[in-house]
Design a protein. Structure first.
Length: 265
């Protein structure tokens, strides 16, 4: 069959069969010919067909289809398949990023009991030396310190925050507002006190394991504050009024207010 190609391309090029346009890569397009015999091809003359030919060129296939097979020599098998290609370039891997968002409100919490009375802290009787056998330099002085302890199991803020302690009477501490008259060389109508709060937290903007934190307002301070990162823990507050021993205390009611502020920044 290869003899058909020798010196004949230019003479019979007009009988070539065009290849069907492929819609996609490598669809099935099979042409098989087989046969034995002699065929008279125009412009060429007698051509002997013998054996098989698989997927010949379009030119040779045209000879088979136009002259060999119509002359009753040999046979042919064809198989073609096609389908539309992808509408867009195929992507074996697709990454889709979903941007999720939400808002958590800033909050600070401090459990201070189940009513307003829970924050009314009374020392009761603040004992003074009342014995008639006391030395005059000790009479009416405090017997010992006045102490109060407050603790809550729920306290904290969920964002950077400030912990602030403020005494409304400043360094005067507890004040007797109806003391009447007294010798200021021998008596006083106020009792200074300190406040110390402790909890577990972290420093401002720190991302780390919580550790013991504290804030102290001494007897000589009006207030104090500390900046913290988000924390939640138990908080203990100790209030201590050291015994006043340099002077006697004027009788009456002593009061003061200590304010704890947890403020998200």
């Amino acid at each position: 069959m290869k003899k058909i190609l020798s010196g004949t391309v230019a003479a019979i090029a007009l009988i070539a069969v065009a290849t069907p346009a492929a819609a996609q890569t490598n669809p099935t397009n099979q042409r098989h010919y087989a046969g034995t015999g002699t065929v008279n091809v125009p412009f060429i003359g007698p051509v002997t067909i013998s054996g098989t030919d698989t997927n010949p060129s379009n030119f040779v296939a045209g000879l088979y289809d136009d002259y060999v097979l119509p002359a009753g020599v040999g046979t042919r098998y064809r198989a073609q398949a096609d389908a539309p290609s992808d509408s867009e370039t195929a992507t074996p891997t697709v990454n889709v990023a979903f941007n999720l968002s939400g808002t958590v409100n800033k909050d600070c919490s401090f459990y201070s009991g189940n009513g307003a009375s829970a924050t009314n802290i009374s020392f009761g009787v603040i004992g003074v030396r009342t014995g008639n056998n006391e030395n005059v330099n000790s009479a009416f002085e405090m017997v010992g310190p006045a102490e109060a302890n407050i603790d809550t199991l729920t306290a904290g803020c969920n964002f950077n925050n400030e912990v602030v302690i403020t005494k409304n009477n400043g360094t005067n501490g507890l004040v007797n507002s109806a003391a009447g008259g007294y010798d200021t060389n021998q008596f006083q109508a106020n009792i200074p006190y300190s406040v110390n709060a402790t909890w577990t937290g972290v420093a401002l903007n720190a991302v780390t394991t919580g550790s013991g934190q504290s804030l102290n307002v001494s007897t000589t301070q009006n207030n104090n504050l500390i900046s913290q990162g988000a924390w939640r823990s138990r908080m203990d507050i100790d209030i201590v009024a050291p015994a006043v021993t340099s002077k006697g205390l004027v009788a009456g009611t002593y009061s003061g207010t200590t304010t704890l502020t947890l403020r998200a920044l």
